[in-house]
Design a protein around this ligand. Sequence first.
Ligand code: BV8
Ligand code: ZN
Length: 250
Amino acid sequence: MDELIPSAAPFLSSAQRIAVLTGAGISTESGIPTFRDALKGHWANFDPQKLATPQAFASDPELVSRWYDQRRCECALCRPNPGHEALAQLQEMTEADGREFTLITQNVDRLHQTAGSTEVIELHGNLWVWRCVSCGKEIEEKGPAFTQYPPKCDCGGNRRPGVVWFGEALPRVEFAAAERAARRCELFLSIGTSSVVYPAAGLIESAITAGAKVVEINPEATPLSDQVEWSIRGKSGEVLPQLMKEAFGN
Ligand code: BV8
Ligand code: ZN
């Protein structure tokens, strides 16, 4: 067990306000590749950051909608891992004590919600809600793969995934709630994120500036590792259960 865990754990059970930011790394142990992991198979020679743009959708809506629908169907087969489950448990225990808990994610896979987390702030949207680019109509797609790419709205418009693409603004209400939680918290957990995509990574900096104690969990160092209280080198699916055991003894 990483020797930092015993010194960070007491704050999980004492902090009045806890905020958590997660990235692709927390879903790795559920079989979902991170943004850093090279795309496989048909998508091997595509750069995810190029596909995840309004320009890519405008120039090739069939290709981009096929990529997102494939990710939707693959994520639907994945299960939460002990990292997701530990955060759902931490929310439950914290709120049972009347303490404040805010879970903010950059992930679009909804595994936090599947693990039982509630009021999850989805900074970058999700793979299930698809929106018509003409009339704005939104429909949640829980079914099998689409039969047509891009999928069409009954108004005739193309439908796009309800995610935030590079160059697009984050949802205002969600981001304001995330900023508020980062500035108010006493303990901030940054889990499985490379801390390079903004404005999400700025939330970690806001928490540090506001004087919060920050725990980073990542097998690798990030640009913010030397600014946080505890930078724990490990997999979130292993470290989070250890932290919970150390903090709450179960
Ligand atoms: C915007 C949804 C303007 C789609 C995503 C300031 C400085 C520099 C650049 C910018 C800046 N401000 C804005 C920018 C531009 C850009 C940006 O940040 N670019 C980066 C690349 C430099 N930001 C934007 O474009 C944002 N929009 O700025 O709009 C604007 C404002 C007003 C009005 C109009 C416009 C929008 C950003 C959101 C884009 N959408 N996702 C989709 O999913 O397809 S971002 C997407 O990539 C993810 O959501 C996530 O945010 C990011 C990937 O980062 P991570 O999640 O951290 O994953 P990554 O693969 O990088 O790293 C994984 C980590 O896990 C690693 O560190 C690894 O070590 C670790 N790990 C691995 N295994 C484990 C593990 N950790 C724990 N346990 C394990 N087992
Ligand atoms: Zn429409």
